[in-house]
Design a protein. Structure first.
Length: 333
């Protein structure tokens, strides 16, 4: 729009300059015509003065000659006046023709200026409409671009949010697993003893490959009782853990006669045995303080205190008390 306005203003200025130049030409022509008329009149006056001076110089010439000369002079003056009048009339005629031509030129120039202005206005309107259409098309394209950008950014935001959520979920799972491992380690180290039974020495109470938990703090404030199943460090090799049943307590006297167990000279009932034990005699065993005498429930297939070098389990070697099995089925003991 600004370019169209500048072009129309330039056209108007050029037309205005043409008009002013033509007006100046008209003024200069009028001045030249006036100067020519003034020169002719001055020449006539000079001729009249010269003739009068000649008449005065002659002085004494005859009146006839003077009359003839005066008549001649007067006739010549009349003819010159007529000639000068003719010249002035011719000049005035030319001036009127010039005025007419200049007035017609002015009218033509004004029409040209009006036509140019109308043309420039039409051009400006066309340019304005074109510029408006161009602006509309640009706005449409910009709207499309902005919509596309919004969609793209929204999709990117959704992807970023999904990624962040997935990462957050993964991190939460990792945290849960890590916490579970830490808790399992702490619980297994300080609270529970996770034990897998490798042999059949405790059948039918605990079968081979059963899994169970032992409670480590069971004897923190109390001592083991007769009949408890305990997990302990094997007295002949403390790197290994064993599981057996408590038979003799500290200061007890334990004796096995024909497979039957006597504690302090009294036979105990053992309904947990898998089968009737072999009729053999063992003992007697006098249990020292802070120690325990243990046997397996599968008495015929159990490597227990009867066969160890270090017969008794010291209380410091006890790891946990077996409380329940969790595999293959849950069962309290």
């Amino acid at each position: 729009m600004s370019d169209n306005k500048e072009t129309s203003e330039e056209i108007f200025e050029e037309n205005k300059e043409d008009v002013t130049s033509k007006e100046e030409d008209m003024v200069s022509l009028k001045k030249t015509a006036e100067v020519v008329s003034d020169d002719t009149i001055d020449n006539d006056d000079k001729d009249v003065e010269a003739s009068s001076d000649e008449e005065e110089a002659k002085g004494d010439e005859s009146s006839e000659d003077s009359d003839e000369e005066e008549s001649d002079d007067t006739s010549e003056d009349v003819s010159e006046d007529k000639d000068s009048d003719d010249e002035v009339s011719e000049d005035s005629g030319e001036d009127s023709d010039d005025d007419k031509s200049e007035s017609s030129d002015d009218e033509i120039d004004e029409d040209d200026i009006d036509h140019d202005l109308l043309a420039s206005d039409e051009i400006n309107k066309e340019l304005e409409t074109e510029s408006i259409e161009q602006i509309k098309s640009d706005n449409k394209s910009n709207d499309k671009k902005s919509k596309f950008k919004k969609i793209w950014f929204n999709s990117q935001d959704e992807l970023d949010n999904k990624k962040e959520k997935s990462i957050a979920n993964i991190l939460s799972y990792v945290k849960i697993i890590a916490v579970a491992f830490v808790l399992a380690y702490l619980i297994n180290t300080f609270v529970l003893s996770n034990t897998t039974i490798p042999s059949s020495s405790m059948e039918n109470t605990i079968m081979k490959n059963d899994r169970l938990f032992g409670f480590r703090w069971a004897y923190t404030f109390s001592a083991p009782k007769r009949g408890d199943i305990i997990i302990f460090k094997y007295p002949d090799n403390e790197k290994e853990n064993y599981i057996k049943r408590v038979i003799g307590l500290p200061k007890d006297k334990v004796e096995i006669k024909s497979g039957a167990v006597y504690v302090n000279n009294e036979k105990i009932e053992e309904d947990y045995l898998k089968e009737a034990p072999i009729e053999k005699d063992f003992g007697p065993y006098n249990v020292p303080e802070d120690s325990y005498f243990v046997l397996g429930d599968n008495r015929n297939c159990s490597k227990d205190a009867r066969y160890w070098k270090n017969t008794y389990v010291h209380k410091d070697q006890i790891v946990a008390k077996a409380i329940f099995k969790y595999f293959p089925k849950i069962e309290f003991m």
